[in-house]
Design a protein around this ligand. Structure first.
Ligand code: PGA
Length: 253
């Protein structure tokens, strides 16, 4: 089994102006200590703060990712940003398929099937989010939903590239609700996602990093992230505060 470096990613969503983003990085760095050797720290600011976050963390191991992108390189797509434009800013990765984008902004599996390979082709590390709603979980559809999302969204990714991906298992019912999945629920879903990728490419199944996201905070991080199967966290609310994010990152080791 290849050893997988854990990831702790801060999904800031539509939060933080440029001065606020700068203040976060400046406060977080002294708290991170030797954490950056053990854990890949990724900050996902809004587009307007990407360049600043890249600059501010340039001499550190912190990586910066966008929260979305278009699959085309350019064109008449008002309001959109392409992978090339992100790479130009020295952005390292991109969150794709977050449930807020799927639910509120019409993100489809068809678009994601084009976005994931476009990100990889541009040299960006995609963090693909998948997860079921409460209704789907209670209806016993969790595995079917995960299977559909993983198979559809990764359909156009070549076998050899699957291992470069990061996937975040984010049950919709756990996002921003204060109700986290249990470690068992998270580990089970993550093992299932890994098996789907391994079915296409065994080495990729062993290499792909799969995170848990949904109400992870300092008080529950150690417990929720304890299972071996979980390679780290995608953190929303608790990532807005440098102390809280550092505490969650420490639990990702
Ligand atoms: P949360 O968000 O930590 O606030 O639940 C997680 C996410 O949306 O990625």
């Amino acid at each position: 089994m290849p050893s997988r470096k854990p990831i702790c990613a801060a999904n800031w969503k539509m939060h933080k102006t440029r001065p606020e983003a700068a203040a976060f990085v400046d406060s977080f760095l002294p708290l991170s200590g030797d954490l950056l050797d053990a854990v890949e720290i990724v900050i996902c600011p809004p587009y307007t703060s990407l360049a600043l976050a890249v600059e501010r963390s340039a001499t550190t191991a912190i990586r910066v990712a966008a929260q979305n992108m278009h699959f085309e390189d350019g064109g008449a797509f008002t309001g959109e940003v392409s992978a090339r434009m992100l790479v130009e800013l020295d952005v390292h990765g991109v969150v794709l398929g977050h449930s807020e984008r799927r639910q509120m902004f019409g993100e489809t599996d068809e678009a994601l099937a084009r976005k994931v390979p476009a990100a990889l082709a541009a040299g960006l590390e995609p963090i693909l989010c998948v997860g079921e709603t409460l209704e789907q979980r209670e209806g016993g559809e969790t595995e079917a939903v995960l299977r559909h999302q993983v198979e559809a969204d990764l359909a156009e990714v070549r076998e050899g590239e699957l291992g470069q991906l990061v996937v975040a298992y984010e049950p919709v019912w756990a996002i921003g609700t204060g109700r986290n999945a249990s470690p068992e629920q998270a580990a089970e879903a993550i093992a299932f996602i890994r098996s789907l990728i391994a079915a296409r490419d065994e080495a990729a199944g062993a290499a792909v990093r799969i995170l848990y996201g949904g109400s992870v905070k300092p008080e529950n991080a150690a417990e929720v992230l304890a299972p071996e199967a979980i390679d780290g966290a995608l953190v929303g609310g608790a990532s807005l505060d440098p102390d809280e994010f550092a505490a969650v990152a420490a639990a990702c080791r």
